[in-house]
Design a protein around this ligand. Structure first.
Ligand SMILES: Cc1cc2nc3c(=O)[nH]c(=O)nc-3n(C[C@H](O)[C@H](O)[C@H](O)COP(=O)(O)O)c2cc1C
Length: 266
């Protein structure tokens, strides 16, 4: 087979499984699904509104909402139709031409979630700007291995639910990256096959060719050299639901064993 130039799609290996940290109860899973209105295609789509409403109707919802939040993130890893399957990863560019650290965000596919460790992962090219930003701006007074601060942003326009996460990021290239690379189908591997560094300015009026990404299975192995996991460990979240009967906002801190959630004035 030959890799197409389709790049950041949600092509998945059939072997892929969601992060092991969350067990989705069948009840909650069913509650988050609804039938698509387009009768012909009969695909099942996730309703975030339904998932969160099912908990909001119960007493002490504040102690249960965070679990739903992580269950939905876990679902988003394996369901390309999930509204949170793609999010914005925000880093800080400490080496910007302005001389000031500037925030920088971009869309990425959510590839793995492990609730027990509060980790979210995406895949990227080691030559990309975000990797340099994560590795450059450690924001630590002393040189250390402390990962840099990052944020994630997810939004579901249908449910009008926003999720902001903050934490730390590390760029991973260990055995878990080998496994993730093996699970990356040929079409997605093309994202890592460009000969020139992604983001390089092109001195031509024509857009650059992407023919270097159309390769066979075997030749796609050269992409492994550029492939990395960005692993983020989340330490706080801010969930906002523009609920028709009144907006709701909840902040959660993940410090000890149990998350600590509080209502905020929306
Ligand atoms: C829907 C969508 C999904 C994307 N997914 C990824 C991804 O999973 N990983 C990635 O590195 N870039 C992804 N990209 C491309 C990034 O948004 C970005 O353009 C690219 O990674 C370069 O960003 P950087 O220069 O800040 O590193 C995606 C773009 C779109 C529109």
């Amino acid at each position: 087979m030959i890799a197409s130039t389709g790049t950041w799609d949600r092509c998945r290996s059939p072997k892929r499984s969601p992060g092991c940290g969350t067990r989705l109860t069948k009840e909650l899973f069913d509650k988050s699904l609804r039938r698509s209105p387009d009768g012909n295609r009969r695909r099942t789509v996730v309703s975030l509104q339904r998932a969160f409403e099912s908990v909001l109707e119960t007493p002490h919802a504040i102690s249960r909402l965070d679990a739903v939040l992580w269950q939905q993130l876990t679902l988003a890893v394996t369901d390309p139709e999930h509204p949170w399957s793609v999010g914005t990863l925000i880093t800080t560019d400490a080496g910007s031409p302005t001389g000031q650290p500037v925030p920088d965000g971009r869309m990425v596919v959510l590839r793995n979630v492990v609730t027990a460790r509060r980790t979210l992962e995406c895949h990227t090219d080691v030559r990309s700007g975000k990797v340099h930003q994560i590795q450059d701006c450690r924001h630590s007074p002393t040189p250390s291995d402390l990962p840099s601060r990052i944020a994630w942003l997810f939004y579901d326009p249908a449910a009008k639910i926003q999720l902001r996460l903050q934490g730390r990021a590390q760029v991973i290239n260990d055995a878990s990256a080998d496994v993730a690379w093996k699970d990356t189908p040929l079409a997605s591997r093309s994202s890592y096959l460009s000969i020139a560094t992604p983001g390089t300015e092109v001195p031509s009026v024509l857009p650059p060719s992407t023919d270097d990404r159309i390769v066979s299975d075997e030749a796609s192995e050269r992409g492994r050299a550029s492939f990395r996991i960005v692993r983020t460990v989340i330490d706080r979240s801010d969930w906002l639901y523009l609920r028709p009967q009144g907006h709701l906002r909840m902040a959660t801190v993940y410090a000890g064993k149990s998350p600590l959630s509080r209502w905020l004035v929306p």
